[in-house]
Design a protein around this ligand. Structure first.
Ligand SMILES: [Zn+2]
Length: 200
C-alpha cells in the first residue's frame, strides 16, 4: 500500500511544472497570502494536521484515523484508541525511515499519512543502489522500532493496557514491514526488486 517510490517519480516530475500541495513553504499555498489569519492558521495546521519532524513536513489526512479505527474495530473504545495511536506512530516511523534516507541523499522529503497508509515524496536518488536503500529504510525503521519495544518489554513486566499497546506495536510494525517487502509494485519490495534488476 505504500507507493512512496512510484509516487516519488510522479511527484518529482510534477514538481517541475507545479508546486506540491504539501510544501508548507510554498508562497502560493494559501492563495498568495504569506501570513495566515489566526482561524486560517488553526484550520490549516490543526484540522489538516500539518506539522514538522525536524525539517521534514508531515501532513495527516483526518481520514487516516477513520480508516485505522475501522481496520482495528474491536468494540472496546480504549482498545480502538490504542490501535489508532499505534497505527499513527508506527506508520510515521516507517515513513520517517524513508524520509531520513531521502534527506541523507540530498532529496527534500515530505510525508503524508492517508487512509491507505503513508507516502514519502521528494526522493531525488538516481542510482539503483540508493533507491534500494531508500526503500529498505521504511521497513527497516519499523523493525528497529519493534526491536526496541521488544527489548523494553523484557525489562519491565507489562500489565493491562500496556500489554495491548505492546501487542499492537509488535503486530503493526512487523506485519506492516513484512507486507511492504513483498516484491510487488507499488510496495517497497516491488521498488527494491525493480532497482535490483536495474543493478544487473
Ligand atoms: Zn515504505
Amino acid at each position: 500500500m505504500l507507493e512512496h517510490l512510484t509516487t516519488i517519480v510522479v511527484h518529482t516530475r510534477r514538481e517541475e511544472s507545479e508546486p506540491c500541495p504539501l510544501d508548507l513553504r510554498n508562497p502560493n499555498h494559501d492563495n498568495g497570502r504569506t501570513e495566515l489569519e489566526p482561524f486560517d492558521a488553526w484550520r490549516e495546521h490543526i484540522l489538516a494536521m500539518k506539522f514538522r519532524i525536524g525539517s521534514i513536513p508531515v501532513q495527516v489526512q483526518p481520514s487516516f484515523f477513520v480508516a485505522s479505527a475501522m481496520l482495528g474495530w474491536r468494540g472496546e473504545t480504549a482498545d480502538v484508541a490504542i490501535w489508532v495511536a499505534v497505527c499513527f506512530v508506527s506508520i510515521l516511523v516507517h515513513e520517517m525511515g524513508h524520509a531520513l534516507v531521502i534527506a541523507r541523499f540530498g532529496g527534500t522529503p515530505r510525508v503524508l499519512l492517508y487512509p491507505g497508509g503513508g507516502l514519502t515524496y521528494g526522493d531525488k536518488s538516481k542510482t539503483p543502489g540508493r533507491r534500494i536503500l531508500v526503500s529498505l529504510a521504511g521497513p527497516g525503521a519499523g523493525f528497529v522500532f519493534a526491536g526496541v519495544v521488544f527489548a523494553l518489554a523484557r525489562l519491565h513486566p507489562l500489565h493491562g493496557m500496556q500489554q495491548t499497546v505492546y501487542g499492537d506495536l509488535m503486530w503493526v510494525n512487523m506485519s506492516w514491514g513484512l507486507f511492504n517487502l513483498v516484491p510487488m509494485l507499488p510496495l517497497d519490495g516491488g521498488n527494491m526488486f525493480e532497482s535490483l534488476i536495474a543493478l544487473r
